[in-house]
Design a protein around this ligand. Structure first.
Ligand code: OKP
Ligand code: ZN
Length: 347
């Protein structure tokens, strides 16, 4: 399996996120990816390669051009406000909720940050754009690596920051550019008529859902913690089925906090049945391993050995596949769990 790993991921290193009235250390750390690389090296899994230059035009067909331009210049604008800002991270502090206008773009920097974000747990740092852009390149390259194939053949975008919470024009949930959506778009443009995205991260892939909600060519499936109690709370319910041309092209499978592998597997199998019924030509797996029992911010109960079976179930689709790296915060176990998925997938 070709594994495109982000060689500059560590340039995105948020200091703190807002949690219950306090700034606390970020869960989404560079070490996460280093553990995965180490596990893959130790077990001899995958053929590691660096990505080529990112296709910005493709990125702007998934995200709005003005959002992409905002991300590219945000850090410079932040430091221009005050040179001392170079030692801090950008955190949003104001958002245009119901009743506010979304068709204006204030020149005030904080106002623009709020226009393009949805939570205060997602710091934008000096190297965020560089890291996110190289990650996007990994996703696009992985898609192009499998696009000329049929049947089981896979590539991975091994990157951070993750992507599945990033929407058409917003960041949040540690995500800036939606790598899974970019991989799906790249697969489409390389000739796959129908693409399915299967999101197995603990958290609902709200960004991915929103990007494709009115499209019939990309099926989005997400198995996740019930948003009644779990982040991102305001999306991810079972009655969200897609809209317009995209009607019935979105499937949410929320499960209660505390769910173990047996019930989780039943939901995944239901999601995979929908992918088969959709007659997808390729699949993107948004691979979060924060479903793990030891995850510090999530509440499913999967064990490390279960991830071998997750890989086997995904392989059963018998489709060209692109894996993107999403969540997983039990840092020391993330490598084992990701490697287990890939090993189970390879069979
Ligand atoms: C990103 B991904 C916990 C706050 C939760 C957001 C979680 C984002 C998860 N103290 N903040 O889906 O793994
Ligand atoms: Zn997650």
């Amino acid at each position: 399996m070709q594994i495109f790993h982000n060689p500059v991921h560590e340039k995105h290193a948020g200091r703190q996120e807002m949690f219950r009235g306090k700034l606390v250390p970020c869960h989404e750390t560079p070490a996460r990816l280093e553990y995965v690389l180490e596990a893959l090296r130790q077990r001899g899994i995958g053929d590691l390669r660096a990505p080529s230059a990112a296709d910005i035009a493709l990125i702007k067909r998934v995200h709005t051009p003005r959002y992409v331009d905002f991300l590219a210049s945000a850090w410079q604008e932040w430091v221009a406000l005050d040179p001392a800002n170079a030692g801090l991270d950008v955190l949003p502090s104001i958002w245009p909720v119901r009743g506010f206008r979304h068709d204006v773009e204030p020149t005030n920097f904080a106002a623009r940050v709020g226009l393009f974000s949805f939570d205060s747990g997602c710091p934008l740092t000096a190297g965020t754009w560089e890291a996110a852009l190289a990650g996007a390149a990994c996703a696009i390259d992985a898609a192009r690596a499998v696009s000329a194939t049929s049947g089981k053949h896979a590539a991975m975008a091994l990157t951070r920051p993750p992507g599945h919470h990033a929407g058409p024009d917003f960041f949040g949930g540690y995500c800036f550019l939606n790598n899974a959506a970019l991989a799906a778009q790249a697969l489409r443009e390389a000739g796959a008529a129908r693409v399915a995205i299967v999101d197995v991260d603990y958290h609902h892939g709200n960004g991915t859902q929103s990007i494709f909600y009115e499209r019939a060519d990309v099926l989005t499936v997400s198995v996740h913690g019930d948003p009644t109690t779990e982040y991102p709370f305001y999306l991810g319910y079972a009655d969200e089925r897609g809209q317009g041309a995209g009607a019935d092209c979105n499937l949410n499978l929320p499960l209660p906090a505390g769910t173990g592998f047996a019930d989780w597997t039943r939901a995944l199998k239901q999601g995979l049945a929908a992918v088969r019924a959709f007659k997808a030509d390729a699949v993107v797996v948004a691979l979060g391993v924060d479903t793990y029992e030891g995850d510090p911010i999530s509440r499913f109960k999967l064990k490390s050995a279960d991830y071998l079976q997750v890989g086997r179930l995904l392989a059963g689709l018998d489709l060209p596949a692109v894996f993107t790296m999403e969540g997983g915060y039990a840092v020391a176990d993330v490598g084992t769990n990701v490697a287990n998925v890939l090993e189970g997938y390879a069979g």
